[in-house]
Design a protein. Structure first.
Length: 179
């Protein structure tokens, strides 16, 4: 189970034209938007990655709008764990449970998730907030992660785990995002 005190979210490379041509792009972006907003309500830290932004372009503007106060970490490696700035940002959070989402499922999400697992993090991939250019590549990436012990979750499932209860100030604003 995810816990509020121990979870961090890693947003992977939802950038430029690629963000608009992956499978079910609109649904993925909407789910990411809801997730990012809800994590802000629940006070879950976010580490934001961009793959070679000079070439791929900036993060999707619909998401950037909800990432105020966070700076993207530029990377050129597919596995963000090979980037010292990413590792430093992650370690600063002091958290060991990682929710990960973004694109592409079978490349940067997969390699970063497995890199995190190898470093001792408990990793959960948000299945309804990842995508690839083809459905087959998304499925292969998800299956391979699962076979390596990376658990699957969904936006709704992760948020309910983090909230734990319908009591408290967080529940109603998060519920509003999910409806």
């Amino acid at each position: 189970m995810l816990s509020k005190e121990n979870t961090v979210f890693v947003l992977v490379d939802v950038q430029g034209k690629l963000a608009k041509i992956v499978q079910d792009s609109e649904t993925m972006i909407q789910n990411l938007k809801n997730l990012i907003q809800a994590l802000g309500i629940i006070y879950i830290p976010i580490v934001w990655l961009e793959q070679y932004p000079e070439g791929l372009g900036p993060t999707n503007e619909e998401l950037v709008e909800h990432l105020q106060g966070i700076e993207p970490i530029r990377k050129i490696t597919f596995d963000a764990c090979k980037n010292p700035d990413f590792i430093e940002a992650l370690e600063k959070t002091g958290r060991k449970q990682v929710l990960i989402a973004g694109i592409e499922t079978h490349i940067c999400v997969f390699q970063t998730a497995t890199g995190l697992k190898d470093l001792g993090y408990e990793v959960q991939v948000v299945v309804d907030a990842v995508s690839s250019r083809t459905t087959l590549n998304k499925e292969i990436g998800l299956e391979k992660m699962k076979s390596l012990g990376i658990h699957w979750t969904s936006v709704e499932m992760a948020l309910y785990e983090l909230m734990e209860t319908a009591e408290g100030e967080e529940f109603k604003p998060v519920l509003k995002l999910l409806k």
